[in-house]
Design a protein around this ligand. Structure first.
Ligand code: ADP
Ligand code: MG
Length: 690
């Protein structure tokens, strides 16, 4: 089987099917063979409805009486239906999946797989997965079946059919991974062909499982090798060296409005040393919200300016860029007054966002090198922004930017040079992701908050207790002339006005707290409207800000000391942690309420939030609970689609790491492995931080 052959060569694929397949990125035989089953079900364990016992079950039947019920109080939807077989009928329910009501053909039979349980005094099948009986391959003898996902217009059945046609050829699939030193025993001749065969046509769960393990290893190996190659290539680039000037930095540090924390000192030192090199720095600065990353970046930018070169700081929103600019402007003004006149060169700084007036002149000044440190948004990376000598780039909240956007900024350095890069994030990247996806990049960690910070108390609170437990505390906050964030969830539904929940909630709160001014903020507002609201909130002209998660990123209002997150069950840990980081930024104690609908026990996620304010700990927990795909999705790395591997499998990662490392070190040439080389290329584009 030639995996690189076009998909048309598969029996049963005509021009029309080929077109459909190409639309979902299945262009070659290999792409098809790597479309692995979503899961395996054993349909021999199907039970009759009359025999159901609580727990995970598979039933076979028809569904009817589908309807969507809106629960007004929570603006959630519930889709109900009744499943029948020859022996009886049961109720089924999905939460927040209104499309379910239209998904089924009442005349056809489905397998339903879900949890059969007692809820509110009735037995029901909760959130079952459904597969058309007809889509389950009839060819297999055992009841143990691979289940494929439908991909837009392509039904699962199609995958069964096409793969079944290829079945005799699986044995000819060539090996892929190098049999070089450091390889684990299971990487051997024929192992790949066997793994692919067994993942599509397993006889039993064990076969499917070991096939998956092999393919996961393959995926990790590719990813890690790509990352290592990236690092190697990065080392070959030339950057502008920015020598450390001890007297200058000492003077700066001495005259800061505060004492640097130990972690800030260490991180600054690591960065300043990297900047001295003529190979580009590629460093990630990880620090929890409020850990003081900005000042570390500013000290590094000062070193660039002192050496006569430019720095750009890219921030994800105008609010954030403006805030950085104002803080840094103040800081450098103060330092200028404190340092001996004429001796050092402090950065001349400027703000460049879409809303900046006099953009033309500013861009001219940047081009001529009259500005040393530009802080901005996407406006920084437009084609007409040129630098005189961009030596250093700082990207704040790096996960907010795609690879392409970051690249665009980095290309603005002088010809034949690459800028030093500092990426900053408050969403810690677990170690396993650092090793794989980010290729063992250099990391500085701020694991120490500046002194004097008040702890944030976090409490899970069922909505029904709002009136008794929450409102009085809100009143207290308002009485102290402090401020409150109220976060609403917005359900993305077709034709729904996403701003509505925010408006309804704001109106309700305004009635309950007439003494306060309630403001709203949501994604549908224009950037300058948003800025105006944020500004009013920062100046305490608004006391309660009802908002969607648009406030999540970096906004700093130290007088806001309470945050309430409605429908908190629906957020990921990283996001909850980011949201909570909006408060506790001043010298007053702060609190965070996680409102739940109160059904059942709070999730592990919320309980972890209640227990811990350590972002690093929460990130590890998040990785365990959700898996890296989800986390990565949240990090807008849609490009990286790990199909099989589980990045929390540290043993497999370390094996693949050794294997890849010895491969690179040894006398091996990637060109001798053309298929591997092609696959690695794809990963290399994703796994780069620059
Ligand atoms: P983040 O890491 O979330 O970006 P910032 O850089 O915005 O944090 O810093 C948060 C606040 O803490 C800012 O107001 C900053 O001036 C202040 N800060 C930073 N470092 C220190 C320190 N060592 N001591 C006291 N305050 C500090
Ligand atoms: Mg920040």
């Amino acid at each position: 089987m030639d995996l690189l052959a076009p998909i048309e060569e598969v029996k049963g694929v005509g021009p029309k099917t080929a077109e459909l397949l190409r639309r979902v990125n299945i262009c070659t035989v290999g792409d098809l063979v790597y479309c692995l089953p979503r899961l395996y079900e054993n349909y021999q364990t199907t039970v009759n409805i009359e025999d159901l016992r609580p727990g995970k079950v598979i039933i076979r039947g028809k569904i009817s009486d589908l309807r969507v019920v809106r629960t007004n109080r929570r603006r959630l939807t519930m889709t109900q239906g009744v499943i029948r077989d020859n022996t009886g009928a049961i109720r089924t329910i999905w939460f927040n999946q209104p499309y379910r009501a239209k998904q089924f053909d009442e005349k056809r039979e489905y397998y339903f797989t879900g949890k059969y349980e007692l809820k509110n005094g009735r037995y029901q099948l909760t959130s079952p997965a459904a597969t058309l009986v007809q889509d389950v391959a009839s060819t297999a003898m055992s009841g143990f079946q691979p289940i494929y996902s439908a991909k837009s217009a392509i039904k699962p059945q199609m995958f069964h059919k096409l793969l079944d046609g290829l079945r005799p050829e699986f044995a000819n699939i060539p090996d892929l991974l190098p049999f070089t030193k450091g390889k684990p025993d299971f990487v051997k001749e024929g192992a790949r062909a066997e793994a692919l065969y067994n993942s599509h046509f397993p006889e039993n769960p064990e076969e499917a499982e070991s096939a998956r393990e092999y393919l996961a290893y393959e995926e990790l190996f590719e990813l890690i090798l790509a990352a290592k190659l990236n690092k190697q290539e990065n080392q070959r680039l030339k950057s502008i060296p920015l020598p450390f000037v001890a007297e200058f930095t000492q003077n700066l540090v001495k005259n800061l409005p505060f004492r640097l924390t130990g972690a800030q000192r260490r991180a600054t030192w690591e960065i300043l040393q990297n900047l001295e090199q003529n190979t580009p720095m590629n460093r990630l600065l990880q620090g929890d919200v409020g850990s003081g990353k900005t000042i570390v970046a500013a000290l590094a930018a000062a070193q660039a300016a002192q050496n006569g070169h430019q720095t750009a700081l890219l921030a994800p929103t105008a609010i954030l860029a403006t805030q950085h600019f104002e803080d840094l402007e103040k800081l450098f003004r103060r330092l200028k007054r404190a340092l001996p006149a004429g001796k050092f060169h402090l950065p001349r700084i400027a703000l460049l966002t879409g809303a900046t007036r006099g953009k033309r002149q500013l861009k001219e000044a940047i081009k001529q090198g009259k500005i040393d440190f530009v802080i901005g948004t996407h406006a920084l990376i437009t084609d007409d922004t040129h630098f005189c000598s961009l030596a250093f780039c700082i990207i704040d909240e790096q996960h907010r930017f795609g690879v392409g956007q970051r690249q665009k900024l980095l290309l603005k350095s002088p010809p034949d040079t690459a800028p030093h890069l500092l990426s900053m994030t408050a969403t810690p990247i677990p170690r396993s992701l650092q090793l794989t996806v980010f290729g063992d990049l250099d990391v500085s960690i701020l694991n120490e908050l500046p002194p004097g910070r008040q702890p944030i108390t976090t409490k899970i609170l069922p909505e029904i207790h709002q009136k008794a437990d929450l409102y009085p505390q809100m009143r207290e906050i308002l009485a102290k002339n402090q401020q409150i964030y109220w976060i609403c969830q917005v359900i993305e539904e077709k034709n729904a006005n996403t701003a509505t929940p925010v408006k309804i909630q704001a109106k309700k709160l305004q009635e309950i707290f007439p003494q306060a001014k309630v403001g709203i903020l949501h994604g549908k507002m224009k950037p300058d409207e948003k800025d105006a609201i944020m500004e009013a909130f920062a100046q305490n002209k608004i006391q309660i800000l009802v908002s969607t998660t648009v406030v999540e990123v970096g906004v700093n209002v130290p007088n806001a000391n309470m945050i309430i997150i409605q429908d908190s069950e629906n957020y990921g840990l990283a996001q909850l942690h980011q949201l909570r980081g909006r408060v506790g930024r001043g010298d007053q104690p702060a609190s965070c309420f996680l409102l739940t609908t109160g059904e059942g026990r709070p999730s592990k996620r919320l309980r972890e939030m209640e227990k811990s304010t350590d972002g690093f700990h929460l990130a590890e927990v998040d990785l365990q609970i959700r898996g890296p795909g989800e986390i990565y999705g949240a990090m807008q790395h849609g490009e990286l689609n790990l199909q099989i591997a589980n990045l929390s499998d540290t043993a497999l990662i370390s094996q693949a790491g050794n294997h890849a490392e010895t491969f690179i070190r040894g006398e091996n040439h990637l060109e001798d492995y053309p298929e591997l080389a092609a696959r690695i290329k794809k990963y290399q584009q994703i796994t780069t931080l620059n």
